[in-house]
Design a protein around this ligand. Structure first.
Ligand code: ADP
Ligand code: MG
Length: 205
């Protein structure tokens, strides 16, 4: 899953950076890609026993390597996922859904943003919540992530007419109107990559 995310972020880094150039400082895609690439590099040096260790390392790498706001924010997302996975050798779909939701709360508690503030949360929160509720009722993980992706896409589109209330984009006030939030766009990419990593596998637990 993390390899799939790293690959998708890397493919989309120029686009993410362009979005960030319009309402921020133009570093989002480049920085995020560097963080995931460094995590993948580390994978080749370590033999992981538990999924939690993988997610914790990704979180630490994002926090230390990705500059700007999104490093610590996505770092909190993955650290909360890691905490939910702690001690488990296998991750059930239900636990995965709970971890996604924990991740959103990690982002919220660090960044103090809510939906409608034109941030990554506008895509991430509806996506993770729908995924969690489908998986809580024993839904199929691929279906759940497809619904999550639909919600993320709608959430990211919804940021276009908004005025940014948090982060660097809030400094430009009304001039943030008419632009998609780069963090919401990267959240769509992350959810889509999660889906891709499951597609083709049968995980109907
Ligand atoms: P910076 O703005 O510091 O350069 P990035 O460019 O890496 O950071 O990331 C910008 C993205 O971070 C924004 O598009 C937004 O989605 C997200 N972001 C910024 N501040 C917050 C916050 N307080 N809560 C949630 N997301 C935020
Ligand atoms: Mg930036």
């Amino acid at each position: 899953m993390i390899r799939s995310i790293a690959e998708s972020v890397s493919k989309n880094k120029e686009w993410l950076t362009e979005l960030d150039m319009a309402i921020g400082d133009g570093d989002h895609g480049i920085n995020l890609a560097r963080g995931f690439d460094k995590a993948i590099e580390k994978f080749s040096t370590i033999k992981y026993e538990f999924p939690a260790e993988v997610f914790k390392d990704v979180a630490m790498m994002l926090m230390s390597v990705v500059g700007g706001s999104s490093g610590p924010l996505y770092g909190s997302f993955f650290v909360k996922m890691a905490m939910r996975f702690r001690g488990s050798e296998d991750i059930s779909p239900k636990m995965f859904g709970e971890a996604l939701s924990d991740g959103v709360y990690g982002v919220m508690s660090l960044g103090k943003a809510s939906c409608g503030d034109k941030t990554m949360l506008d895509a991430l929160m509806p996506a993770c919540e729908i995924c969690k509720s489908i998986l809580a009722e024993e839904g199929d993980i691929v279906c759940a992530l497809k619904k999550a992706l639909d919600a993320a896409v709608i959430g990211a589109e919804s940021t276009i007419p908004l005025i940014a209330k948090k982060g660097r984009a809030s400094f430009i006030g009304d001039r943030s109107i008419g632009h998609k939030d780069p963090g919401a766009a990267s959240s769509v990419i992350i959810i889509e990559a999660m889906l891709k990593s499951f597609s083709g596998t049968d995980l109907k637990k």
